[in-house]
Ligand binder design. Structure first.
Ligand code: ZN
Ligand code: ZN
Length: 190
């Protein structure tokens, strides 16, 4: 099964908070109606400075960061892993991400790399983490639709995934539950 690591990029003081938050997300996902069993992993300490170097690099596109991370993990442990990073509002990485994607006010996500820099609400971090598990956005900001447009009024994959809009579990629509299950199945078979 593919690993998804989580890492505090320039926020070492948030380590315990992030670990707890990731455990809480796993507990939610394990409940009906999802019953998805998946544990996220803390980035090994001896990977940290290499990951910092990759993120500190100036790249033209978010997919270039993703590609560099995939290459790194593949070399380091001969398997592909995904990575969620949290960074401070002041971090240079946030600046770069916003320059590349101006509407990404809370965070960004590609297939196997996501970053979030809006840490006043753990639901934002969960939203970006769920992308790495296979969830899609339930909004279309280009059409002015902030969502959720999936029929689940408190779906966490809406544009503003704040506690006030999301609330208690279950906060994931059926479509995204199926998508996550499909991705995990694929990982399981590889
Ligand atoms: Zn999203
Ligand atoms: Zn949804």
């Amino acid at each position: 099964m593919r690993k998804i690591y989580f890492y505090c990029y320039d926020l070492p003081e948030k380590k315990d908070w992030l670990r707890q938050s990731m455990e809480d997300l796993s507990k939610c996902l394990a409940l009906p109606p999802a019953e998805i069993y998946y544990e996220f992993a803390e980035l090994p300490a001896d990977y940290e400075s290499d990951i910092d170097n990759i993120l500190n690099d100036d790249k033209d596109d978010l997919h270039c960061y993703e590609a560099a991370l995939i290459e790194y993990f593949s070399k380091k442990q001969s398997q592909v892993s995904s990575l969620l990073v949290i960074c401070s509002e002041k971090s240079p990485f946030r600046k770069k991400a916003l320059a590349l994607l101006p509407h990404a006010l809370w965070g960004i996500a590609t297939h196997s790399f996501s970053a979030t820099y809006a840490l006043y609400d753990q639901y934002i971090v969960w939203h970006e983490m769920l992308h790495l598990l296979g969830a899609d956005d339930c909004y279309d900001i280009d059409k002015g639709d902030r969502g959720p447009n999936c029929g689940s009024p408190n779906c966490i994959m809406q544009y503003e995934a704040l506690k006030i809009n999301v609330g208690e579990w279950p906060f994931l629509c059926n479509n995204n539950i199926s998508m996550i299950k499909r991705r995990l199945e694929r990982w399981n078979n590889n």
